[in-house]
Design a protein around this ligand. Structure first.
Ligand code: FES
Length: 358
């Protein structure tokens, strides 16, 4: 299915190993606090990505570069541009920087594409898309791509947000629904908001609501993306309604490392541990050989930037000053960066004592 949802022309393509510069083409308000930023490659290369994948964007910070992952909301079948849709978040360094500073004509560094939250190959053509807030972006890209490719798909799309004013893309989704009887749309604001013009159902997703709205839910592939509590509810409800575990997919940034960071670092002198020193913070912790550096840091209250926790986004990239690691990454770092002494703590396990420039 992904092959049908990607575009290949004879043009020159963005090379994820080599290319990194984007030019902003357009900034558009979607809601009162959500904007879409559209970019092209600096030399007008085509993009090749899977609907549901993301890029890691870099913005200048105080004496450093901040990196965050944003899922591409646009269709891969329109390969001249990529668009990200970003919500302004209180205290959100990168999201606020984009809202406050990014304007057409400006350039920005990014790496990608990466990510595995894409339509599964060989599964049924019946889907339930569940999105909360700005977690709608991967499902928007998939819906746009299916529409662009004119692939007949039986889709129920349920999008939840706080108020009707927060429902992003509602006009475009309503248009998709009006063009296909097999595309059913449910917009679910938690409350009626200030304007009071919304006449549909309000509230949170519940077992009763999904059983009524999607009676054949157990026959569908469910794809879910949103805030962690939303995904937790969705997972529980779908399981209770008979969705097999292998038919339930969610975008789970950081889930692996959060679980891994629960591992207790033993104090027994019989167990081998390595010292990991974070030079800028002047802190040294102990880590097990089977623990990732990121998980060990978290366990000890040291905050490192991270996003995918799977070695694909590059957010946690750090300088390894000394020591060696076993790194099994998924494309989040380039060979020339490894050659320059960089590594990804989220997918690296210590093979010796380490000193990290963090
Ligand atoms: S957090 Fe994504 S590569 Fe480490």
């Amino acid at each position: 299915m992904q092959a049908a949802l990607s575009c290949h022309t004879d043009g020159v393509y963005w090379d994820r190993e080599r290319d990194s510069e984007l030019v902003c083409l357009d900034v558009r308000d979607e809601t009162h606090d959500i904007r879409t930023f559209t970019f092209r490659a600096k030399d007008n290369r085509y993009f090749s990505f899977g609907a549901g994948q993301y890029f890691a964007f870099e913005i200048p910070g105080d004496n450093t570069v901040e990196q965050r992952c944003y899922t591409i909301a646009s269709s891969p079948l329109r390969p001249r541009t990529i668009a990200i849709t970003v919500k302004r978040v209180t205290g959100g360094l990168v999201s606020n920087w984009l809202h406050d500073n990014m304007r057409p004509g400006m350039t920005l560094a990014a790496q990608g594409p990466a990510g595995a939250f894409t339509l599964p190959a060989g599964k049924t053509g019946k889907y339930l898309f569940l999105s909360g807030g700005v977690g709608i972006t991967p499902l928007m890209s998939i819906s746009r791509a299916l529409a662009d490719a004119a692939i007949p798909s039986d889709i129920v799309f349920l999008h939840a947000a706080r108020t009707p004013e927060d429902l992003v893309f509602h006009r475009e989704l309503a248009l998709l629904a009006s063009q296909s009887p097999q595309f059913r749309l449910f917009m679910l604001p938690e409350n009626r908001g200030r304007n009071g013009g919304f006449s549909g159902v309000t509230g949170r997703i519940s077992q009763e609501l999904l059983a009524l709205a999607v009676p054949d839910i157990h026959e569908r592939v469910v794809m879910c993306c949103g805030p962690a509590p939303f995904m937790e509810s969705a997972r529980t409800i779908c399981s209770a309604l008979g969705v097999p575990a292998h038919h339930y997919l969610e975008e789970s940034f950081n889930a692996a490392v959060l679980m891994e960071s629960e591992i207790d670092t033993p104090v027994s002198p019989d167990v081998t541990t390595f010292n990991i020193t974070f030079s800028r913070q002047d802190r040294t912790i102990q880590a097990l050989p089977e623990q990732s550096v990121l998980a060990a840091a978290r366990k000890n209250g040291i905050r490192l930037p991270s996003s995918c926790a799977n070695g694909v986004c590059g957010t946690c990239k750090s300088k390894l000053v000394s020591g060696s690691v076993d790194m099994k990454h998924g494309g989040g770092i380039r060979q020339r960066e490894v050659d320059a002494g960089m590594f990804l703590p989220c997918c690296s396990r210590p093979l010796s004592d380490l000193v990290i420039e963090r």
